[in-house]
Design a binder for this molecule. Structure first.
Ligand code: SF4
Length: 334
C-alpha cells in the first residue's frame, strides 16, 4: 500500500529583513530558511535536526504559518496553504498543532490548566460548551495527569507535567500533524524518556504524524522514522533513521553523529571535530554551505552548491548534498 503524503514542502524560504541606515531601509536579509523541500507521510515521525541557527525551528514555524514564508509552497493534504484565505487557513490550523519547548511561555499564568484546555476547545468551537470540561479532563487523563490536577495553575507543575499539558492542548483539536519544537530539550533525561514514550503511544492511539525538531541526535534516534539534517538554512541529508545513523553520506551529519557517546563498553567512535563557527546566515558561503568547516573541501565545493542526490541505488529516499560522498564513504548499501 502506498504511503499518503500529508505534508509537502517545496522550495520553502524565510528571510528576515535587516533594517539599517537613517531611513530604516532593508539593507540585507537573514536567510533563516533558504529553499528546502521535503515530504512527510501520514503516521510517520520525521525529525529536522541541526545545530542552533540552522533554520529548523523557523522552518517549523513557516510550515504552520506562524511566520509568513518569503517564497515556496506548503501543501497539507494536497491543499496549497498559499491558496487559502484567512478563514480557510484558520479552520485548517486545527489539523496542524505545535508543542513548544516551554508550552507555558504563551499561556496566561492566571489560567488553570483546565481553563487553558477549555479555551483551546472554545476557539475552534468543536465541542459543545457543556461537554468542554469533560473533554478537557479526558485529555488530561490521556497524557497521564489526574483530575485533581485540573484546577491547578501552571507554576504548580513540574517541567514534565507542563509538557504533558502542552501535549494535551495540542491534542485538544484532534490534529493530524504535530510539530514538536525542541519539545523535550529542557527536560531531565528520565522525564525526557517518559515524554518521548508518551508521544509514541499517542501517535499510535490517534494516528498522529510528527515533525520533530531537535538538536539532540540521541532523542531523534529514539523517536524518528526519517531524519532531515539542516545546515545554514539548507538540507544536507535525508534518510531513514537506520541509514542515517549507520551510513550517513555527508560530512556534516557524520560529524554530528561522531559526537554521540557510544554506550557499549570497549567500543569507540572516531570523533570528527568541526573547526570554526557556523557562518552567518546573512551572508552564507558560496557553493556548498558547509565548505568553510568541511575537512574534505575541494575547489569545486567553493564554487558550486551540491544538489541533493541519491546516496545509493539500494537506499530509496536517502539523499545527500555533497559532491564527493562516493569518494569519501562509497554509496549507502541496503
Ligand atoms: Fe565537504 Fe565539498 Fe561535500 Fe560540501 S561538497 S560537504 S565542502 S566535500
Amino acid at each position: 500500500m502506498s504511503k499518503k503524503e500529508l505534508l509537502k514542502v517545496e522550495n520553502l524560504k524565510l528571510y528576515f529583513p535587516i533594517q539599517g541606515g537613517f531611513l530604516g531601509r532593508t539593507v540585507n536579509y537573514v536567510k533563516a530558511v533558504d529553499g528546502i523541500s521535503f515530504s512527510v507521510y501520514e503516521g510517520e515521525t520525521v525529525s529536522l535536526v541541526g545545530e542552533s541557527g540552522c533554520g529548523k525551528s523557523t522552518a517549523g514555524r513557516a510550515i504552520l504559518r506562524l511566520e509568513k514564508p518569503t517564497e515556496g509552497d506548503v501543501y497539507f493534504n494536497n491543499v496549497n496553504m498559499n491558496s487559502l484565505n484567512k478563514q480557510a487557513l484558520r479552520s485548517l490550523r486545527k489539523d496542524l498543532q505545535i508543542i513548544f519547548q516551554d508550552p507555558f511561555a504563551s499561556i496566561n499564568p492566571r489560567q488553570t490548566v483546565i481553563q487553558v484546555l477549555e479555551e483551546a476547545l472554545l476557539i475552534q468551537n468543536i465541542v459543545p460548551r457543556e461537554q468542554r470540561r469533560d473533554r478537557a479532563l479526558e485529555l488530561l487523563e490521556k497524557v497521564g495527569l489526574k483530575e485533581h490536577q485540573a484546577d491547578r495553575y501552571p507554576h504548580e507543575f513540574s517541567g514534565g507535567q507542563r509538557q504533558r499539558v502542552g501535549i494535551a492542548r495540542a491534542l485538544s483539536l484532534d490534529p493530524k500533524l504535530i510539530v514538536c519544537d525542541e519539545a523535550v530539550s529542557a527536560l531531565d533525561v528520565s522525564i525526557r524518556a517518559q515524554i518521548l514514550n508518551l508521544l509514541k503511544r499517542l501517535q499510535m492511539e490517534f494516528q498522529l504524524t510528527y515533525l520533530f525538531i531537535s538538536h539532540d541526535l540521541g532523542v531523534v534516534r529514539h523517536i524518528s522514522d526519517r531524519v532531515i539534517v539542516m545546515y545554514l538554512g539548507r538540507i544536507m541529508e535525508v534518510a531513514d533513521k537506520k541509514s542515517l545513523f549507520e551510513q550517513a553520506r555527508h560530512p556534516y551529519p557524520r560529524a554530528l553523529l561522531s559526537a554521540i557517546p557510544v554506550l557499549k563498553p570497549g567500543q569507540k567512535r572516531e570523533r570528527i571535530v568541526l573547526t570554526g563557527d557556523v557562518p552567518s546566515s546573512i551572508d552564507p558561503p558560496e557553493g556548498c554551505r558547509f565548505h568553510t568547516r568541511c575537512p574534505y573541501v575541494q575547489d569545486l565545493c567553493r564554487k558550486e552548491g551540491p544538489e541533493l542526490r541519491s546516496a545509493g541505488a539500494m537506499q530509496e529516499g536517502h539523499v545527500s548534498a555533497c559532491h564527493f560522498f562516493e569518494n569519501l564513504y562509497g554509496e549507502a548499501t541496503g
